[in-house]
Write a protein that binds this ligand. Structure first.
Ligand code: ATP
Ligand code: MG
Length: 351
């Protein structure tokens, strides 16, 4: 969905911990793209647990309003307090709702270092529905003669399943293999997962003149999908899943490629896209200047790709992959000795 823009306005929400180190790095990387993208304006915005501790508000109204004036945003991380704290709820969850970011898109790509080339590289993307399934959080508890009973409602709608399906098909079009796997458990949950599966399958019939004709549609029961993901991850290309299965599969897939500091994501809707590294605020290393900025830089690339800036996204991703391939300038999470700033400089040099 390329909309011609003369200017790109990017909201920056570093949030907590290493967010304050990796989001500025991603900003620098975007700035280094020059004429591959429109003139870019950055808007610094606040949210997070540290802000809540200071001000009593984790997601100020000004932040939400300012995002309404942006084309896209980069979000760092928020700490999740171990104990439930009165008045605090996760700003990222709230933002996904307010901006209707119904898809979580998480590519998992392996890049072997020079000399240790991987003959079967992993290159897949998990597309997770982000608004319904068990996450409608309608739980209840009752008591019967046998004791306590708890129930949770699992909501699946044709509408939400078709729109996530459409986003996944669009993503498949931009990929060389165009293999599309629907993840479900309709052998057991024939009504809910059956509707998900049927709705996603109906998407090609809803779009004009055979747009998705070359996409090879497959499907797999979620348990066997996880098994194959660990045995032969390279068979997968685009995986589309309802919320809970998508959550589990995307974390499992991230574990295939090593450091959390490498895995990017976007939260996307029809009117907004927000890049977000998969890692959290990493309080154990915050403030030391050693956080890996590559997940955030890759998130920026994904965000730009979603907006239609393919050449800018390609250049960013290529530069990151070169840094990984050369394996000379890496942060400690990847066994290196370099700082966040050194890795960023190396990415920019390769741009
Ligand atoms: P949160 O509550 O914010 O999720 P966490 O304690 O779970 O915080 P994570 O950010 O999820 O921390 O990270 C888990 C581990 O991975 C930590 O040891 C952290 O240092 C490491 N890690 C995460 N992200 C990075 C990164 N970008 N660079 C280096 N190490 C990282
Ligand atoms: Mg965490």
């Amino acid at each position: 969905s390329t909309v011609a823009r003369s200017k790109l306005r990017v909201g920056l929400i570093p949030g907590d911990g290493i967010g304050a180190e990796v989001i500025p790095a991603a900003r620098r990387a975007i700035e280094a793209l020059g004429s591959d993208i429109p003139k870019t304006e950055f808007v610094d915005l606040e949210a997070g647990f540290e802000l809540f501790a200071r001000s009593g508000d984790a997601l100020p109204e000004e932040t939400v309003e300012a995002l309404g004036e942006c084309d896209c945003a980069l979000f760092g991380a928020v700490s999740s307090p171990i104990k439930k704290i009165t008045g605090y709820s996760s700003p990222i969850v709230a933002l996904r709702k307010k901006l209707d970011l119904y898809a979580n898109v998480r590519p998992v790509v392996s890049v072997a270092a020079k000399g240790a080339e991987d003959t079967k590289p992993v290159d897949l993307v998990v597309v997770r529905e982000n608004t319904e399934c068990l996450y409608v959080k309608q739980e209840s508890q009752t008591t019967s003669e046998r004791g306590k009973e708890a129930r949770a409602i699992r909501l699946i709608t044709e509408y939400a399943s078709q729109r996530i399906g459409k986003m996944a098909f669009e993503l498949a079009l931009g990929r060389p293999r165009q293999v599309f796997t629907i993840i479900h458990k309709s052998n057991v949950l024939s009504v809910t997962d059956g509707l998900f599966r049927e709705s996603v399958r109906s998407v090609p019939r809803l779009v004009e003149n055979g747009r998705y004709d070359n996409v090879k549609i497959e499907e797999q029961i979620v348990d066997s999908a996880v098994y194959r993901l660990f045995r032969e991850p390279q068979i997968y290309d685009v995986m589309v899943a309802p919320n809970l299965y998508g959550d589990i599969i995307s974390d499992a897939a991230a574990a295939l490629v090593g450091s959390l500091g490498l895995v990017p994501s976007i939260n996307a809707g029809d009117n907004f896209v927000m890049g977000e590294p998969v890692h959290g605020s990493a309080p154990d290393i915050a403030g030391q200047g050693i956080a890996n900025p590559l997940a955030s830089i890759r998130s920026a690339a994904l965000m730009l790709r979603h907006l239609g800036y393919t050449s800018g996204a390609d250049r960013l991703e290529r530069a990151v992959n070169e840094v990984l391939y050369e394996a000379q300038v890496l942060t400690p999470d990847m066994g290196g000795k370099s700082k966040t700033q050194d890795v960023l400089d190396e990415v920019i040099r390769r741009l």
